[in-house]
Design a protein around this ligand. Structure first.
Ligand SMILES: [Zn+2]
Length: 168
């Protein structure tokens, strides 16, 4: 493969949640799908964006990436087929077929201690495993947190906080 990709590996299309990311090619487990890009913004700017389509991607205690297309169209699932490694690389967690929607678990990217009450949103992902709400990483069941950490798909600032709090 050269640096100049021949075809976009993903496309944007309508789904029951609005618009979403879909696979234009098959992806193998652990294969990179896309890199999230956009300008870095702070907490106040992220809050000002609210629950719009431009959900910023948290990459630090008060650091966010104001996501650009196509990454901004990545929807949440409580039973995701993709996850984020190294804060910005979306990878397949299992084989993904052409035409399948690609989703990750937003809770692997969220730990907003400075937001009063903590940010959350009702979940309509449709999975049989749906938790009904999307909220900060520590709200996940302990087994699920362990699984996501083992997969290496939790934002690095969250991993550091989790390690710092073991036994405390
Ligand atoms: Zn859900």
């Amino acid at each position: 493969m050269t640096a100049h990709a021949q075809l976009e590996p993903i496309f944007i299309a309508d789904c029951e949640l609005g618009r979403g990311l879909f696979a234009a090619q098959a992806f193998a487990t652990n294969e990179s799908i896309l890199r999230f890009t956009g300008p870095l913004i702070g907490l106040a700017e992220a809050i000002a964006k609210g629950d719009t389509e431009g959900n910023p991607l948290q990459v630090g205690s008060a650091d966010y990436i104001d996501l650009e297309a196509p990454g901004v169209f990545g929807n949440h699932s409580c039973e995701p087929n993709a996850g984020i490694r190294n804060d910005v690389v979306l990878v397949a967690l299992r084989p993904i077929a052409v035409g399948e929607e690609i989703r990750y678990d937003y809770s692997t990217t969220m730990w907003e201690e400075d937001v009063p009450g903590g940010w959350s949103m009702p979940c309509r992902c449709g999975s049989a495993l749906c938790r009904g709400i999307v909220a900060n990483f520590p709200t996940l069941p302990v087994e699920l947190r362990a699984r996501y950490l083992a997969l290496g798909i939790v934002q690095r600032f969250i991993v550091e906080r989790t390690m710092n709090r073991v036994g405390t």
